[in-house]
Design a protein around this ligand. Structure first.
Ligand SMILES: [Zn+2]
Length: 415
């Protein structure tokens, strides 16, 4: 029943060496076939642990069940979820993880690119890690701690629970998703099949944190139709859509409402792409705020900018389209306060200071929460993700395993 013992570090080092980069330009499901290389390994390892229903479905999701070992019949089914893919923003091929044992606080120079240096001054979370074992990549790739730290932690917690049957728990569901980094992590998830009441993504940053609030997110697509004529005979007639688009962008405020000028609970209007010719231009934006009212305010503001610019181009027209992306999970989690409360208690029981945070972004959990699986985000210890300087500490990963185990126990106790 039990496989060869494996630590959370062993698991992590094994998983990061498998390239699982997702691809936003692919229409396949999952977006890249190679993500399944890791998913298949996870199924095999779960199977070896004795989790006999573990399987990879045709959409690239891994589902598995750790059966309850409690006599209580009313313990809610809890799911732990991480994503197997890594960001398209940085290469994930040929990752060579390096363990910096008992790190002494000095700069960590990555051997495959000496310009990649991890310094305490630039990564304040490192200060608390002196004496710990830090894992980095070699300088040529990202590490993939986002989110393979979470995958390794869930796997190790399952292994621990199986080998410590004195710890009572209800039914635990395990879910590994593809394509989170390209916003499609929940596209083909089958929540009915999963059958969990509540969930946790293990995909957060600093040790001890619980994130139960995310941005609400919309996209805006503006399509501008100008008036094209031969440039030699254009006087008084030509209205150049490229210039209209440039005017719209130039009118956006310089000192506020952008990602580069906001923090904490402030939202923004962020142009992400521009495409077109004289006659027709499309402008893509993402809009972010913690409230839906705040989103609508920003969309109205952007629309007004567009309308004002268009008054200078009387024969041009524009189409303004808002596309809903995801919503702040807090709206859902407020109706089930025990989900976050138990997680905070599990963190404290692991000897950590519990910190509740909001995320300036979305998670699989944002979407899952609105699909019917209330799902805050617990720390995995991953730092500087999507970059070559990505790092995680072994001690933080061990704490995350402890938190998952405690959380399973707390749900059983409280039932
Ligand atoms: Zn992630």
């Amino acid at each position: 029943m039990s496989s060869t013992p494996s630590t959370v570090l062993d698991r992590f080092l094994r998983y990061v060496q498998i390239d699982t980069q997702s691809d936003p330009n692919s229409t396949a499901q999952p977006s890249t076939e190679k993500q399944k290389d890791l998913s298949r390994l996870l199924v095999t390892e779960l199977f070896e642990m004795g989790v006999l229903d573990a399987h990879l479905d045709e959409h690239g999701y891994v589902y598995a069940t750790l059966p309850a070992n409690t006599t209580k019949y009313n313990v809610p089914v809890i799911c732990f979820c991480s994503h197997v893919d890594t960001s398209p923003d940085c290469s994930g091929a040929g990752v060579k993880p390096i363990v910096h044992t008992k790190w002494d606080g000095s700069d960590i120079v990555l051997p495959d690119d000496l310009s990649q240096v991890l310094r305490q001054s630039e990564h304040p979370d490192l200060t608390a890690q002196i004496g710990n074992d830090i894992v980095t990549a070699s300088g040529a790739t990202l590490l993939g701690a986002d989110n393979k730290a979470g995958v390794a932690e869930i796997m190790d917690a399952v292994y621990f629970l199986i080998n410590n049957p004195d710890i009572k728990h209800g039914t635990i569901k395990i879910l590994f998703t593809p394509d989170e980094e390209i916003g499609r992590g929940t596209a083909k998830v089958d929540l009915e099949k999963l059958g969990a009441a509540f969930g946790y993504t293990i995909d957060g940053e600093s040790v001890g944190t619980l994130e139960d609030e995310t941005f609400s997110a919309d996209a805006v697509k503006i399509t501008i139709s100008g008036v094209s004529t031969h440039p030699g005979f254009a006087k008084g007639k030509l209205e150049n859509a490229l210039k209209i688009a440039a005017d719209v962008l130039a009118t956006l405020p310089k000192d506020t409402l952008s990602p580069e000028t906001t923090e904490d609970m402030e939202g923004f209007i962020h142009p992400t792409n521009i495409e077109g010719i004289l006659e027709k231009v499309t402008l893509g934006f993402i809009i972010r705020d913690f409230t839906v009212a705040g989103l609508h305010e920003k969309e109205t503001y952007l629309k007004r900018i567009l309308e004002n610019v268009l008054t200078n181009y009387p024969h041009s027209t524009a189409h303004f389209e808002v596309i809903e992306q995801y919503r702040n999970m807090k709206e859902v989690l407020d109706q089930h306060p025990q989900v976050s409360d138990y997680a905070l208690e599990a963190i404290r029981r692991s000897g950590l200071t519990a910190k509740r945070r909001s995320i300036r972004g979305g998670t699989d959990g944002s979407r899952l929460s609105f699909m019917g699986l209330p799902c805050p985000n617990i720390f995995a210890g991953e730092h500087a993700f999507h970059s070559k300087l990505e790092w995680v500490s072994v001690q933080d990963m061990q704490k995350a395993v402890e938190v998952i185990v405690n959380l399973c126990q707390i749900w059983e106790e409280k039932a």
